[in-house]
Design a protein around this ligand. Structure first.
Ligand SMILES: *Cc1c(COP(=O)(O)O)cnc(C)c1O
Length: 360
């Protein structure tokens, strides 16, 4: 079996990255090695932020590994999963040579990171079928091999279409691309899905990476905590490509508080409520005036096609409700993406759309 290290850019395989004051393991009780201030900032009464943080705060690492059911060595904490996407593209793709593959309509950061790295961006469109948008896995495999993609991004549940990629298909794809490309499964919304995480496939595939985040179900978007989970060798490479101290202490503290057993239980209850709201709103929207199609969703949002999306967007806006206009996305010229809110907010969405002009 080939090593995942062979997929990393040749020039970065033995790259040590930045050696910070925190990299050396030394003992002492007076720390004068990092040009930090000996006294706390007056606004930081407890001096929590006086010194540089651990590059990967051990307590948060341990808790995230526990919550996601993986080993600490398999996990990299970053500034949101957005940073993980960027690190993967930078560490894997040689500019002008290697490609990144994704399946539009889909989350835009894969294309942005590819472009910033000078990596070609290969698109294999989702197929709009009777059960919603689905990944054409055979086409993805063929295109990845033909266009020398180093990274294949699958979004599951997919933003904005809401569909899941079956684990069996991810399993087959990782097998088919073994030694050629890494399959990245972006699970930003998996908490809202009735499906197992692709982390359950990690033991079988070195070339599989799963992205998780605290930004959506865990309601900590501003804390910017996301993780990449994969083979320890690859995680080590990504860590060495990352900024020296990527996890601010206040963010790590917030994340730990947000992952306490009590907080997790409350989050789980809210997720359950959001799922019920999603299914109820989807059913109600199906019969709303001017709605063409409501896609089944495994996330905390609904993708909706309208007879006149312009009017629907305007009707929502004039009711003070801002939704995501998807009309510039491929295949979605008549669609809006509506995030689930509180039950009261969802009721407002529905009543704002109960005006007959939208159907005209
Ligand atoms: C929101 C979102 C992200 C970004 O998450 P952060 O952890 O906040 O960076 C990643 N992937 C998808 C598909 C998203 O919708």
């Amino acid at each position: 079996m080939s090593s995942v290290r062979d997929l990393v850019r040749e020039d970065l395989r033995d790259f040590a990255g930045y050696a910070s004051a925190r990299t050396q393991r030394l003992e002492g009780d007076v720390w004068l090695n990092a040009n930090e201030s000996p006294l706390a900032n007056p606004g930081d009464a407890e001096g929590r932020c006086r010194r540089y943080p651990a590059p990967q705060p051990p307590e948060l690492q341990a808790r995230l590994a526990e919550v996601y059911g993986v080993e600490v060595e398999q996990l990299l904490i970053g500034r949101g999963s957005d940073e993980a996407i960027d690190l993967l593209v930078r560490a894997l793709c040689v500019p002008g040579r290697d490609a990144v593959l994704a399946t539009p309509p889909v989350f835009g950061m894969y294309a942005v990171s590819a472009r910033l790295q000078g990596a070609a961006f290969v698109e294999v469109p989702l197929i709009d079928g009777p059960d919603g948008f689905a990944v054409d896995v055979a086409a993805v495999r063929n295109a990845a091999l033909a266009r020398s993609a180093k990274l294949v991004f699958l979004c599951s549940p997919s933003n904005p279409t809401g569909g899941l990629v079956p684990l069996a298909e991810i399993d087959h794809l990782a097998d088919a691309l073994s030694g050629r490309a890494i399959v990245v499964v972006d699970e930003a919304y998996i908490e809202f899905a009735d499906a197992a995480s692709a982390t359950t496939l990690l033991a079988a595939h070195q070339n599989l990476v799963v992205l998780r985040t605290l930004s959506k179900a865990h309601a900590l978007a501003a804390a910017r905590i996301g993780v990449a989970i994969g083979h320890p060798d690859l995680i080590g490479v990504l860590r060495r490509c990352q900024a020296p101290y990527p996890v601010p202490t206040p963010c790590a503290d917030l994340a730990l508080a947000g992952l306490s057993p009590d907080a997790l239980a409350l989050t789980q209850a809210r997720v359950t409520e959001t799922i019920a709201e999603r299914d109820a709103l989807a059913a109600a929207l199906t019969t709303a005036p001017g709605v063409r199609r409501v896609y089944p969703s495994a996330g905390n949002y609904l993708l909706v096609r309208f007879v006149d999306a312009d009017r629907a967007f305007a009707a929502l806006l004039s009711a003070g409700i801002v939704v995501r206009d998807q009309r510039a996305a491929p295949q979605l010229g008549d669609a809006l993406r509506i995030s689930l809110g509180t039950p009261a907010q969802n009721a407002r969405v529905l009543s704002a759309l109960q005006v007959s002009e939208i159907a005209a």
